[in-house]
Design a binder for this molecule. Structure first.
Ligand code: ADP
Length: 448
């Protein structure tokens, strides 16, 4: 087992990883920018190294600075968390070339799934159903017209290098196609330095359902069920739950098996998430994330597993030690992503935390690096806390979520807690009747 793990991240996920290491008796190294000197994960880690100024490009994205920090402190493994360098195949390869373990999938799998076109091809070849669309990149407007005519409007132009919902444009008819194509291209070029795009059928009322997989290096693969992440604003997830209110055990088992067999076929290792759209009883693969997801706690709560510990164990060469038959799903879990944003306008509101009182009690988990007196810096993602509740069933979860949100005190900055209160008053949400467009209409409606 590793002696010392360097955590190449910040915020709640850095703390999350530190906690798993601590429980495994592994020493931790925090890296941080000058804006994060007072961060909770820096305070708790065994050692810390300042790797640069606040802009992420000069600190959390600086591969050489992070590798140097690992060399100086003698870390034998690096956990990348999510975001930043987590899905950077070059970084994973560099880490391994330096004789340090990368706690995640192989650089080859990160590369394969990092490009959405090669990811879809690999998925299709491994027997996974995909959204109908172009087989590869679109090279001309004429080709776009041919593909669109073939699959039917509306269509979605997507960036091959896409992420975070950027570089995606809907075209409702042939007239809108040229404009959507060029906007998606230029958005992708400026966000990712790559203008290759592809076309998919735009599904009108799907749910976003993703399957968590976990694999060791000996060919043992399990799936850990699904998460329903349909509640999104601008293609960004706000609330996730497991199990999905839309699936029954038989469908869950069959899509889980499809995912598991596909991962076996490509020789995948460590954790990963296959994202699907689910409409009219059919699953359509959209992409795979080769890392730990923000919403991994809902899976942990229903499976009773520590996913970060599992990642560390398999990266250290330990066998999984359990099979698919051993995986048990218990109860229901919901996660709210609480951000430092205005709950109506979503304007970011970084600042100093006054009083801070997180909720507690049976079935309540708070993954957050906040504390009273902490200053939320303006340079990074606005996620400040994940409130996760677990209950015997969805009904109990919703009650527990309501009372937990009532208890939660975060003074000094705006947060999206009021938005979740409103959500819990919505009969459709309470009944679990929502698709990927539902929340957008809900928050839009409140703004008028
Ligand atoms: P990103 O990597 O930018 O997050 P994804 O491919 O994961 O992009 O898609 C993000 C979200 O965009 C999905 O969860 C879904 O809400 C929406 N989306 C993606 N593809 C389609 C599609 N073919 N039809 C309808 N909505 C889609």
């Amino acid at each position: 087992m590793f002696q010392k793990v360097l955590i190449a991240n910040r915020g709640e996920i850095a703390l999350r990883i530190h906690r798993a290491c601590r429980e495994m008796g592994i020493r931790t190294v925090a890296v941080h920018s000058t804006a994060d000197s007072d961060a909770m994960h820096v305070r708790l880690a065994d050692e810390s190294v300042c790797i640069g100024p606040p802009p992420a490009r000069q600190s959390y994205l600086d591969k050489h600075a992070i590798l140097s920090a690992a060399a100086i402190t003698g870390a034998d493994a690096i956990h990348p968390g999510y975001g930043f360098l987590a899905e950077n195949a070059d970084f994973a390869a560099m880490v391994e070339e330096h004789g340090i373990a990368f706690i995640g999938p192989s650089p080859e799998h990160i590369r394969m799934m990092g490009d959405k076109i090669t990811a879809k091809r690999a998925a299709r070849a491994a027997g996974i159903p995909c959204v109908p669309g172009s087989d590869g990149p679109i090279s001309s407007e004429a080709e776009a017209r041919r593909v669109a005519a073939d699959i039917g409007f509306p269509v979605l132009i997507k960036a091959s290098a896409g992420g975070g919902g950027r570089g995606m444009k809907v075209a409702t008819d042939a007239d809108a196609l040229a404009a959507a194509l060029s906007t998606a291209r230029s958005e992708s070029k400026s966000a990712f330095g790559d203008d290759s795009v592809y076309i998919e059928k735009y599904l009108s009322h799907p749910r976003h359902i993703e399957i968590q997989v976990l694999a060791d290096t000996y060919g043992n693969v399990v799936h850990l069920g699904e998460r329903d992440c349909s509640l999104q604003r601008r293609h960004q997830k706000l609330l996730e739950e497991a199990p999905s209110p839309a699936l029954d055990p038989e469908i869950r088992r069959s899509i889980g098996e499809v995912a598991r067999k596909a991962m076996l076929a490509i020789g995948y290792r460590n954790v990963g998430t296959l994202e699907f759209l689910y409409e009219n009883g059919e699953f359509y693969f959209i992409e795979m994330n080769t890392r730990l997801q923000v919403e991994h706690p809902v899976t942990e709560m229903v499976c009773g597993l520590d996913l970060v510990r599992e990642m560390i164990r398999v990266a250290a060469g330990e066998p999984l030690g359990f099979t698919q038959e051993d995986v048990r799903f218990t109860g229901h879990a919901i996660e709210c992503r609480i951000t430092a944003e205005d709950p109506v306008t979503f304007a970011p509101g970084p600042g100093r935390i006054g009083d801070y009182h997180p909720p507690g009690g049976l079935g309540v988990r708070v993954d957050s690096a906040l504390y009273s007196g902490y200053r939320v810096p303006p340079h990074y993602d606005s996620l400040v806390s994940k409130l996760i509740v677990h209950g015997a069933n969805r009904q109990e979860c919703l009650m527990r979520l309501r009372r937990s949100l009532e208890e939660y005190v975060i003074d000094g900055i705006p947060t999206t807690i009021p938005l979740f209160h409103r959500l819990l008053d919505e009969p459709e949400f309470v009944r679990g009747e929502y698709d990927i467009h539902w929340l957008e209409a809900f928050v839009g409606g409140h703004r008028r």
